[in-house]
Design a protein around this ligand. Structure first.
Ligand SMILES: [Zn+2]
Length: 443
C-alpha cells in the first residue's frame, strides 16, 4: 500500500527542500518528495497535510527509558509511546538501567522490547565502562554488533582524563561516538542546584558551572589527541558552549546537544523548592541560558535532546536535597522548541536540522533524518500554530515529574509516522485520518 502525505510544506535540510510538496511512501520507505501536481498512483491512501509542515522524523539522542530494572518509572513501551506523542520517531536509550547496558545481552533485550512495542525506533547506547563505574572499559565491540549507536556513562562523568583517553581510543576503533556527561565531581560533590545567587538565597549546595566546563575542555582536548568522535550531552553553561565552538573552529569531531529546560528556565525556578526543577546539569542563571540560545542560533549546538528522565512521584516528593535528579521531557520538547521559533531565535528549517538531520548524522543513522528516496519513512508532521496546554496528569509517560505541567504552547507535532505506519495522531487532527479513510474507501 502507498501513502501520500499531500499538500503539506516539506522541510528536509538533507536535500535542501523547503517547499510545498507531496511525500510519497511505499512499504515503509520513502518513494520521494514530489510536486503537488503529479498524478497520484493507483491504490494510494491520502493524508491531507494542508497547512502543516512535513519533516523527516525527529530523533532524540538522549532518553532514559528505565527498563530493564526500574519499570515502575517507565518501560520501553511507555517511553516509546511518550516519544511518538511528542513527535519523536526515534529515541536513543542511555545505558544507566539496572543492570547497566554494558553487554550485548542487555542491548539485545532493549531492542526486542522496542520491537514488541512497535512505536518509536529505539537505539540503545552502551556504557563506556562496566557498570558505568569508571574503572574498566565495557565490551564496546560486542555491543556494537548487537546494535548500539554510541557509548556513554551518562548520569556519571568518566572520572579521569586517563580513563577517558582510553575510552576514546577504544571507541574510535569501532567508529562509535563517545557521549560525554561533563561534571567534575570533585567540584560538584553534594551540589543539588546551580551555584550562584539563588543557591545562596535558598541555602542549597550549588554545583559550579566550572564543574561542567572543566570536563568539557578536558574532553575536547582528548578528542584532539585521540581523533575520536565526541558528543557533549546536555550542555548548560556558557563555557561548555564556548569549548565546543573552539573545538569546531579547530576542525575536531566534536558535537553537542541542548535540553529544552536549559533554554527555558533559570535557577530562579528552584525558589519554591519544587523537585521538578532539580536535574543534572542543573537549571543555570540567565547568562548561561542566553549562551545556550546563542549556540542554538549560530550552529554551535547541533541537536535538541530531551534527557527524558522519569522518576516515580514518591521519589520526587522527598526534600529537595534528597530527591533524585531529572525530569521527563519527551512530550514537551517540541512545544518548547516552537517557543524559540516564535521568538525569532531559529526558523523551521533549523528546527528540523536540530531534531532530525543532525542527530542522524552524529549517530550515523544513515537512512533516517532524511526524506531521500529509499530512506525509512519516518516522518514528523508539525502544526506551528496549534495552541495546546500540556496536561501532565494525562502524559503518555509513566512518570509525571515535569515542571511544564499546565504550560501552554503554540506549535506541536500532530502526527508521527514510523516506517510508513501512523503511530500517533493528535486527537484534534483525526480529520487527517478521515481523509485517508475516505480516499481508501473510494478505492
Ligand atoms: Zn547526563
Amino acid at each position: 500500500m502507498k501513502l501520500l502525505i499531500a499538500n503539506g510544506y516539506v522541510i528536509d535540510p538533507s536535500q535542501n527542500i523547503n517547499a510545498g510538496k507531496n511525500l510519497l511512501i511505499e512499504a515503509g520507505r520513502v518513494v520521494g518528495v514530489v510536486d503537488r501536481g503529479e498524478p497520484i498512483p493507483e491504490q494510494t491512501e491520502i493524508l491531507d497535510a494542508t497547512g502543516l509542515v512535513v519533516a523527516p522524523g525527529f530523533i532524540d539522542m538522549h532518553v532514559h527509558l528505565r527498563e530493564p530494572g526500574q519499570e515502575y518509572k517507565e518501560t520501553i513501551a511507555t517511553g516509546a509511546a511518550a516519544a511518538v506523542a511528542g513527535g519523536w520517531t526515534t529515541v536513543c536509550a542511555m545505558p544507566n538501567t539496572q543492570p547497566v547496558n554494558d553487554n550485548a545481552a542487555v542491548t539485545r533485550f532493549i531492542i526486542e522490547q522496542a520491537e514488541h512495542a512497535k512505536l518509536a525506533n529505539v537505539f540503545p547506547i552502551g556504557s563506556i565502562t562496566k557498570g558505568s563505574n569508571g574503572s574498566e572499559l565495557a565490551e564496546m565491540g560486542e555491543m556494537k554488533n548487537a546494535g548500539i549507536v554510541a557509548v556513554s556513562d551518562d548520569g556519571q562523568p568518566v572520572p579521569t582524563a586517563g580513563m577517558m583517553r582510553r575510552a576514546m581510543e577504544y571507541a574510535r576503533g569501532f567508529d562509535l561516538p563517545v557521549v560525554d556527561h561533563c561534571q567534575d565531581k570533585s567540584l560538584s560533590a553534594g551540589g543539588v542546584m546551580h551555584e550562584g545567587k539563588w543557591s545562596l538565597i535558598l541555602g542549597l549546595k550549588g554545583m559550579a558551572a566550572a564543574a561542567e566546563e572543566v570536563d568539557a575542555v578536558r574532553d575536547c582536548e582528548l578528542a584532539r589527541l585521540t581523533r575520536a568522535r565526541l558528543h557533549l550531552a546536555h550542555v548548560s553553561t556558557r563555557g561548555a558552549v564556548e569549548a565546543v565552538r573552539r573545538a569546531k573552529e579547530q576542525g575536531l569531531a566534536v558535537s553537542c546537544e541542548a535540553a529544552p529546560h536549559h533554554w527555558t528556565l533559570t535557577d530562579e525556578s528552584v525558589a519554591d523548592y519544587d523537585t521538578n526543577t532539580k536535574m543534572s546539569p542543573p537549571l543555570r542563571s540567565q547568562d548561561h541560558v542566553e549562551a545556550i540560545i546563542k549556540g542554538l542560533q549560530d550552529g554551535t549546538i547541533d541537536t535538541i535532546a530531551t534527557d527524558h528522565a522519569p522518576h516515580h512521584a514518591d521519589e520526587k516528593e522527598l526534600e529537595f536535597d534528597q530527591a533524585p535528579f531529572g525530569i521527563t521531557g519527551l512530550e514537551t520538547a517540541v512545544g518548547l522548541a516552537f517557543d524559540l521559533i516564535h521568538r525569532g531565535v531559529i526558523d523551521l528549517a533549523r528546527l528540523v536540522e536540530l531534531c532530525s538531520t543532525n542527530p542522524a548524522r552524529i549517530f550515523s543513522l544513515g537512512d533516517r533524518g532524511t526524506l531521500r528516496p529509499d530512506a525509512w519513512a519516518d516522518v514528523t508532521i508539525l502544526d506551528p500554530q496549534f495552541q495546546w496546554t500540556f496536561d501532565g496528569g494525562n502524559a503518555k509517560s509513566k512518570s509525571r515529574n515535569t515542571p511544564f505541567g499546565g504550560r501552554s504552547f503554540t506549535g506541536a507535532a500532530v502526527a508521527t509516522i514510523v516506517g510508513g505506519r501512523i503511530v500517533y495522531l493528535h486527537p484534534d487532527f483525526s480529520r487527517l485520518l478521515d481523509v485517508r479513510q475516505k480516499a481508501a474507501g473510494k478505492g
